[in-house]
Design a protein around this ligand. Structure first.
Ligand code: UDX
Ligand code: UDX
Length: 458
């Protein structure tokens, strides 16, 4: 079959893989090639065991793969034949030099730009999918337009707003698709080509266009606002614990104001994931770069509260369990940074596990999807850590359970059976407020929710 256009995506990760699968699924008239520097990752995308877990992903990959969706390791050929190139390589926080711990590390990004420049012998549209600091497109254009061929590159910004665990639903029915372009004739023409792709399944009024810098900045700001809501409610959770107010009741009352809205107000042990911290640090770095110290301090506060919330959770455990955790066995229910994903990047569970080991506790980690990542992540922690997928086995003989991830599974366990197999007095620290606290208390647990009065038998 002759395809209308050829799309390439560089970077087959959490963003690139599902996004391209959706575009291919919805647009059979486009050929979609996905490449990655890791050949083993490409092999996994071509197998029955995809490299990431995401509800609904398997089905759409199966429908499109081999039809118009192809995963290959040949980056050079992919670049040559593409009309449109999405770049979704990772842009982690810099760990060295100027801006270490704050700025985005753009080395993979620049390497990719140079690779495109080296291989491309025809004009192309380059789409920034990765989250980037404002003005990255300018740097990219400068690199791309220094080449040996008489070709033109038009750079667009098209940030991805999908959340893990709901990626397929988010891609299929997005709140909005944002496309930023230069406001030149060629910029607007390139923008329209990208709009035409999304228009295959996204309503016209949900496809928003803007200037390129607004688009780059909007992604950072969207994540900063989301994270800020969590830090806001988490800061209130501390106050609730001191005043016997209940954070869920407060969130409900506050969230019913349509100006505020009810979503993203669940108090928790803290937010994780690859984006929130990185993107806020990035925003803070940008503010400081432009001399905006007050603004930088304001956003940095969102991260500070998040770190504090994780530490507060551990200190609550320590205090509740008679000021010593040494030699006590504590089971973590969940290790993924949120439910319905195996992803553990920046997961609060890793911080909590590390701190419990520092207190000489023994830690048992349970998770339905994230145990492989948990094993890798905890390698740097020197202490007694075990891994058990079955939550009943994991909790057996433990002094306490700490719920780290809001997996639905943990709502419906037989807690009576679990209680009977544990050391007494048995504790449960619900870092996600997902269990029935009254029922747990009746069973015999000492219950410590987030931002609600504790329920203890002594
Ligand atoms: C990444 C960024 O972290 C995020 O900021 C951005 O919004 C989207 O891209 P994610 O897809 O979650 O998010 O990252 P990851 O799962 O690590 O995928 C990146 C992929 O790019 C990896 O598979 C990596 O092997 C690949 N890569 C990296 C390349 O193909 N080439 C490179 O030079 C570097
Ligand atoms: C986020 C953004 O939602 C998404 O738009 C962007 O593209 C990438 O970053 P993600 O990190 O996948 O997505 O998950 P998200 O659902 O936003 O959750 C992030 C963290 O916040 C998780 O640890 C989650 O458990 C926590 N969270 C979320 C809370 O603690 N309380 C809430 O009310 C909501």
């Amino acid at each position: 079959m002759k395809f209308k256009k050829e799309i390439l995506c560089i970077g087959a990760g959490y963003v690139g893989g599902p996004t391209m699968a959706m575009i291919a699924y919805k647009c059979p008239q486009y050929r979609v090639n996905v490449v990655d520097i890791l050949p083993e990752k490409i092999a996994q995308w071509n197998s029955d065991a995809l490299p990431i877990y995401e509800p609904g992903l398997d089905e759409i990959v199966q429908k499109a793969r081999g039809r118009n969706l192809f995963f290959t390791a040949d980056i050079e050929a992919g670049i040559k034949s593409a009309d449109i190139i999405f770049v979704s390589v990772n842009t982690p926080t810099k760990t060295y030099g100027v801006g270490a711990g704050m700025a985005a590390d753009l080395q993979y990004w620049e390497k990719t730009a140079r690779q495109i420049l080296d291989c491309a012998d025809s004009s192309k549209i380059i789409v920034e999918k990765s989250t980037l600091p404002v003005k990255t497109a300018q740097a990219m254009e400068r690199i791309l337009n220094s080449g040996k061929y008489e070709v033109q590159f038009e750079v667009l910004s098209n940030p991805e707003f999908l959340a893990e665990g709901t990626a397929i639903a988010d891609l299929e029915n997005p709140d909005r698709v944002l496309i930023g372009s230069q406001q030149t004739e060629s910029g607007l023409k390139a923008r329209d080509e990208l709009v035409a792709i999304y228009a295959n399944w996204v309503a016209a009024d949900r496809i928003v266009t803007s200037n390129i810098w607004s688009s780059e900045l909007s992604k950072l700001v969207a994540n900063a606002f989301l994270a800020q809501r969590i830090s806001s409610i988490n800061s209130i959770s501390s106050l609730c614990e001191k005043t016997e107010a209940d954070v869920s009741e407060v969130a409900k009352a506050v969230g019913m104001d349509t100006r505020i809205g009810s979503r993203f107000l669940n108090a928790s042990v803290g937010f994780g994931g690859s984006c929130f911290k990185k993107d806020i640090m990035n925003l803070v770095y940008l503010c400081r770069h432009y001399g905006l110290e007050q603004e930088a301090d304001y956003w940095e506060g969102v991260i500070r509260i998040n770190e504090h919330q994780k530490e507060r959770f551990v200190l609550n455990m320590l205090t509740a369990m008679f000021n010593t955790l040494a030699g006590k066995k504590i089971c973590l229910f969940g290790f993924a940074f949120k439910a319905d994903t195996g992803d553990t990047r920046e997961t609060p569970a890793l911080t909590v596990a590390g701190r419990l080991v520092e207190e000489n506790a023994q830690v048992v980690i349970s998770d339905p999807k994230a145990l492989d990542n948990a094993r890798l992540d905890t390698q740097s922690i020197k202490g007694d850590i075990q891994f058990k997928e079955d939550p009943y086995e994991a909790a057996r003989g433990c002094h306490a359970i700490a719920i780290m991830t809001e997996w639905a599974l943990y709502r419906s366990l037989d807690y009576e059976q679990i209680f009977n197999s544990m050391q007494k007095p048995a504790f449960i620290f619900d870092g996600r407020n997902i269990t029935d606290h009254d029922k747990l208390f009746e069973i015999g647990f000492n219950v410590f929710p987030i931002g609600k009065p504790k329920k203890v038998h002594f």
